[in-house]
Design a binder for this molecule. Sequence first.
Ligand SMILES: [Ca+2]
Ligand SMILES: [Ca+2]
Length: 188
Amino acid sequence: MTIVENVERRVPRWVEIFAVQQQDEKTPRNYTVRAIDGDTGINRPIYYKIETAEEDKEYFDIVTVDGGHHGAILVVKYINRDELQRELFPLTITAYKSNNESLATPTNVVIIINDINDNAPEPFKEEYTVEIMEETAQTLNFDEEFGFHDIDLGQNAQYTVRLESDYPPGAADAFFIAPEVGYQRQTS
Ligand SMILES: [Ca+2]
Ligand SMILES: [Ca+2]
């Protein structure tokens, strides 16, 4: 006679998972993930954990839904892309058996944080002063860095410039500025 023991040896199997999710910056979101016991006859509760880069820990959490038979909620907290100047956040999500953490199935996912256009271009300096000679066409060179900077990404950091007269009226007609389209300063 042969006795077949129902030995637990299979790792959990993902039934609800993703490779990539995209979401807007500064907008927390939740995602559901779920794995089931690979030993289907045993059907243990499945628990979950995440690993991230040390500096990203504060942005993510995972909460096993009660009992371990209904998956987990991956929580993506408030992420300020403009402050971090980063869009890609890789994570490892691991599903493991409630009674044996070594029977585990890790999977790599990436959260992509979209920039939103929520910053205006800011001048490097509020005011510049330069002396010019009358009746002489010339290019004005400021002795400080001149321009604007927008901390958003790509198109969201683009801006146009135009001259307006302050005093005397029509003063702007004597000048032009080039280029009229600006782009974010490279800050690497
Ligand atoms: Ca932004
Ligand atoms: Ca902007």
